[in-house]
Design a protein around this ligand. Structure first.
Ligand code: UDX
Ligand code: ADP
Length: 460
C-alpha cells in the first residue's frame, strides 16, 4: 500500500472538524482537506478570528492555528478533494429517520449514500474509504456495493474507524485516546490508516477488528455508557423517596473497581447526538432480526431517560404550587453538556417544552448557544407555533438578566461559571419564595439554603 499523502474528509461538523484538525496537526506531511456542502460552515472554519469557528471545543482553536493553511484546508469543492485524495473519511450526519420504515429509530443513511455515489462518480484512482460517522452495522457492505457498482472500475477499500471523542473534551480525547478502533478486511488498507494514527498514538492502543465488530462496537460502547447514566438516574428517583443521597450512592459503588467511578453522575437526563441515536439503532437492528428481548432490554435505557426529563419538569410544576402559568423560570444552560455549543437532544429542550405546555415563561442563558439555535430546537419539536415559542421564551446574554424577577431557576447544563455567581444577590432580585431546581447537582445545598433558597436537586 502506498503511503498516504492526501486525506479528504467529507463533513465539517462536530466530528469531522476536530478529528481532521488533530490528524493534520500530528501528520504535517499529509495534506488534509475537510469539505462540506454548507458554505457558511466552511467560511466559519476559515475565519481569521478563531473565536468564530463553528464548533466550540476547548483547545480546538490552538490546533487549528497550528495546522490551518499549512496542511489543513477547509473547502466546499467536494469533487476536487475526492479526486485528489488517497484516503477519504466520511463524516456526514446520520440523524434518526423522521419518515417511512424505521421512523424514529433507524439511522437515515441518505447523506452517506449521496457521498458514496459522489465518490464513485469522481474517483479515477484507488481510494481507501473510511466510515467515521456512527452507522448501523453492515453499512460498510452497502457502501462497498454502491462504490463497486457505480464506480469507474477503480478499487475501493472500506474501513470502519468509529469516533470515540466526547464533546467538550474532544481535543484531549483525540490527543490521548483510550483506543483507536479500525475495522476492515484488507490488511494493507488497515495498515495505511494505522500509520496515520501512529504519528501520535502508541501502537498497542490501536485495535484492529473485522468491519462488523468495529461498527457494532461503537454502538455498544455508547449503549453501555448511556446505560450507566440511566441506571444511576433510576436510582436517583429511589433516593428522593427513601432519604438516600445519590451522590453518596455513586461514590460508594464507584469505589468498587469492577464498577468504576465514571458515568455515574445523576442528571436531568443524557443528551447529545450519539447516545439516543445509537441505542435506537441497536434496538432497531435487534428487532429487525426478531430479537425482541434484546431490543426491549436496550430500549429501556431510553424510556428511563425520557422519564427522568419529564420527572424533572413535573417536579418544578408540583413544587411551585401546581402551576407555572405566567411564571418566569430562568434556565441556566441549554447545551447538552458543558464546554460545547452543541444542543442536539439536550435535556433542556424537552424540559422547556414540558413547562411551555403549562404556559410558563422561560428566560434562557447559555454561555455558548445563540438565540436562533434555541428557537430552532423548540420549533423542531413542532409542539406549538414558532410565534408561541418566541412569545413564551426569551434568550439573554447576561445571566443576571435571566434571573432578575424570576420565580425559579432551573440548572440544565453543568457550566462551571454557574458556581461562581453571586447567589445571595441573585436571591434578592428573585420573587419569593425563590426556588432552585438543580438538574446537574452543581450547586451546594448548604450554601443555597443558608442564603434562603428553596433548593431541589436530583436524587436528594
Ligand atoms: C458520547 C461518548 O462519550 C463518546 O465516546 C462518543 O464518541 C459520542 O458520544 P458525548 O455525547 O459527546 O460523547 O458526551 P458524553 O460525555 O458521553 O455525555 C453524554 C450525555 O450524558 C451528556 O448529556 C452528559 O451530560 C450525560 N452524562 C454523562 C450524565 O448525565 N452523567 C454522567 O455521569 C455522564
Ligand atoms: P457530526 O456530529 O456527526 O459531525 P454534524 O451535523 O455536526 O454531524 O456535521 C455533519 C456535516 O456533514 C454537516 O456540516 C453537513 O453539511 C455535512 N454534509 C452532509 N452531507 C454532505 C455531503 N454529501 N457532502 C458534503 N458535506 C455533507
Amino acid at each position: 500500500m502506498k503511503e498516504i499523502k492526501k486525506i479528504t474528509c467529507i463533513g465539517a461538523g462536530y466530528v469531522g472538524g476536530p478529528t481532521m484538525s488533530v490528524i493534520a496537526q500530528k501528520n504535517p506531511n499529509v495534506i488534509v482537506t475537510v469539505v462540506d456542502l454548507n458554505q457558511a460552515r466552511i467560511d466559519a472554519w476559515n475565519d481569521a478570528d478563531l473565536e468564530n469557528l463553528p464548533v466550540y471545543e476547548p483547545g480546538l482553536d490552538a490546533v487549528v492555528a497550528d495546522a490551518r493553511g499549512r496542511n489543513l484546508f477547509f473547502s466546499t469543492d467536494v469533487e476536487k478533494a475526492i479526486d485528489e485524495a488517497d484516503m477519504i473519511f466520511i463524516s456526514v450526519n446520520t440523524p434518526t429517520k423522521t419518515y417511512g420504515k424505521g421512523k424514529g429509530q433507524a439511522a437515515d443513511l441518505k447523506y452517506i449514500e449521496l457521498c458514496a455515489r459522489q465518490i464513485a462518480a469522481v474517483a479515477k484512482s484507488d481510494k481507501i474509504v473510511v466510515e467515521k460517522s456512527t452507522l448501523p452495522v453492515r453499512t460498510a457492505a452497502a457502501l462497498k456495493s454502491i462504490l463497486d457498482n457505480t464506480g469507474n472500475g477503480v478499487n475501493f477499500h472500506i474501513l470502519s474507524n468509529p469516533e470515540f471523542l466526547a464533546e467538550g473534551t474532544a481535543i484531549v480525547d483525540l490527543h490521548n485516546p483510550d483506543r483507536v478502533l479500525i475495522g476492515g478486511e484488507d490488511s494493507a488498507a488497515i495498515e495505511a490508516l494505522v500509520q496515520v494514527y501512529e504519528a501520535w498514538v502508541p501502537r498497542e492502543r490501536i485495535l484492529t477488528t473485522n468491519l462488523w465488530s468495529s461498527e457494532l462496537s461503537k454502538l455498544v460502547a455508547n449503549a453501555f455508557l448511556a446505560q450507566r447514566v440511566s441506571s444511576i438516574n433510576a436510582i436517583s428517583e429511589l433516593c428522593e423517596v427513601t432519604g438516600a443521597n445519590v451522590d453518596e450512592v455513586s461514590r460508594a459503588i464507584g469505589y468498587d473497581s469492577r464498577i468504576g467511578s465514571k458515568f455515574l453522575k445523576a442528571s436531568v437526563g443524557f443528551g447529545g447526538s450519539c447516545f439516543q441515536k445509537d441505542i435506537l439503532n441497536l434496538v432497531y437492528i435487534a428487532r429487525s432480526y426478531g430479537l425482541t428481548a434484546v431490543a426491549d432490554y436496550w430500549e429501556q435505557v431510553i424510556i428511563l431517560n425520557d422519564h427522568q426529563k419529564a420527572r424533572f419538569a413535573e417536579n418544578i410544576i408540583q413544587t411551585m404550587y401546581n402551576t407555572v402559568n405566567g411564571k418566569n423560570i430562568a434556565f441556566l444552560g441549554w447545551a447538552f453538556k458543558k464546554d460545547t455549543n452543541d444542543t442536539r437532544e439536550s435535556a433542556a429542550i424537552y424540559v422547556a417544552d414540558h413547562l411551555l405546555e403549562e404556559e410558563a415563561h422561560i428566560v434562557v442563558y447559555d454561555p455558548k448557544v445563540p438565540a436562533e439555535q434555541i428557537y430552532k430546537d423548540l420549533d423542531y419539536l413542532g409542539t406549538r407555533s414558532s410565534e408561541d415559542n418566541r412569545r413564551l421564551v426569551t434568550v439573554v446574554n447576561d445571566p443576571y438578566e435571566a434571573l432578575q424577577g424570576a420565580h425559579a431557576v432551573a440548572i440544565l447544563t453543568e457550566w462551571d461559571e454557574f458556581r461562581t455567581y453571586d447567589w445571595a444577590k441573585i436571591r434578592e432580585e428573585m420573587k419569593k419564595p425563590a426556588f432552585v431546581f438543580d438538574g446537574r447537582k452543581l450547586l451546594k445545598r448548604d450554601q443555597l439554603t443558608s442564603i434562603g433558597f428553596d433548593y431541589y436537586a436530583i436524587g436528594e
